[in-house]
Design a protein around this ligand. Structure first.
Ligand code: SAM
Ligand code: DTB
Ligand code: SF4
Length: 324
């Protein structure tokens, strides 16, 4: 085990998570400064390369075929379209492009070949590439790695105990198997979850425990706050409180000290002050751009103002890529 990796018990994480919020933020900010430059924020841009028509039934998701939602469905994008979006993302200060596809699992077909082509060409443009394409086999992970893929996103979303309340078309074990395959192939793992699904604090702590006890723990941990989507079973869930987001971010920072902790879905409705306190508590990565996958995000101008106001700078690229 590396020096920043240890085995966390549920009780230990529970004690961290439930301390008075100012103590929690102070502890997280202290750890953050020991491991990371607190003024550097990783900036990633999402592109939904294949939208809607997904056969899974994730209760929060606008892209499942099981629910009637108002989204623009499209098949896998052309390589050229993705490259144009990659150039725009780079110009707007992103160092990582995250390509999302609404698939249950990756299949060995022409679309896969196209994705491999997209990965190598986006890399040539001088960006890190992350994909989130559903479940992967060991061989598929290897092919993605060979094409130059830097990172793979695959979230646990919630605790194993609460999982079947949210998703019935796959199991927690399915999810864990893909995480294994990604890490075995030497791809950087991006894995986190969503809060606001009706889960308890214990469910959140359990998920954090499973993430932190992976060896190695994920390189990046997205913390999503539910964006309720009309037509999904969770459309009427109450808005997640900032204090809950803050506790998740701070606890993730303390138990996974060197990870990127990403303020992901839900940032669009956060104020500047709310985001600032999350950065203080250890968040150090965001999604930039007007849209996440199907829901709105902060505008470029809003984020420019945020960075200027708080004296933040974009994190330089972590992984060497060939730039034109
Ligand atoms: N289909 C792939 C999968 O499920 O792994 C990749 C895309 S999926 C949309 C990526 C993640 O986005 C989900 O695991 C979930 O954590 C998050 N997400 C999706 N819809 C969301 C919503 N309405 N609010 C907050 N987070 C959401
Ligand atoms: C992650 O954890 N959050 C991103 C990314 N990984 C793929 C997706 C957020 C999606 C929010 C809902 C939407 O825009 O459809
Ligand atoms: Fe499909 Fe991913 Fe949405 Fe679940 S979260 S329905 S797997 S696109």
């Amino acid at each position: 085990m590396s020096e920043n990796q240890k085995e966390w018990s549920f009780a230990e994480i529970q004690a961290i998570y439930h301390q008075p919020i100012l103590d929690l933020v102070f502890q997280a900010a202290t750890v953050h400064r020991q491991y990371n430059n607190p003024n550097q924020i990783q900036v990633c841009t999402l592109v939904s390369i294949k939208t809607g028509g997904c056969t899974e039934d994730c209760a929060y998701c606008s892209q499942s075929v099981k629910y009637q939602t108002d989204i623009e469905v499209h098949k896998l994008m052309d390589v050229e379209t993705v490259l144009t979006l990659a150039d725009e993302a780079k110009q707007n200060g992103s160092t990582r492009l995250c390509l999302g596809a609404a698939w249950r699992e990756l299949r060995d077909n022409k679309d896969f070949d196209k994705i491999l082509d997209i990965i190598s060409k986006v890399k040539e443009r001088g960006l890190e590439v992350c994909c989130t394409l559903g479940m992967l086999t060991e061989e598929q992970a290897k092919r993605l790695q060979e094409a130059g893929l830097d990172a793979y996103n695959h979230n646990l979303d919630t605790s194993p105990e609460y999982y079947s309340e949210i998703i019935t078309t796959r199991t927690y074990e399915d999810r864990l198997r893909t995480l294994e395959n990604v890490q075995k192939a030497g791809i950087s793992l991006c894995c986190g979850g969503i809060i606001g699904l009706g889960e308890s604090d214990s469910d959140r702590i359990r998920m954090l425990q499973i993430l932190a006890n992976r060896n190695p723990y994920p390189d990046s941990v997205p913390v999503n706050a539910l964006v309720p989507v009309s037509g999904t079973p969770l459309e009427n869930q109450p808005r997640v409180q900032i204090w809950d987001i803050l506790r998740m971010v701070a606890t993730a920072r303390i138990i996974m000290p060197a990870a990127k902790v990403r303020l992901s879905a839900g940032r669009a409705t956060m104020s500047t002050v709310e985001q600032a306190i999350c950065f203080l508590a250890g968040a150090n990565s965001i999604f930039a751009g007007e849209k996440l996958l199907t829901t709105p995000n902060k505008s470029q101008i809003e984020d420019q103002e945020l960075f200027q106001l708080l004296g933040l700078e974009p994190l330089p690229q972590l992984i060497e890529t060939h730039s034109h």
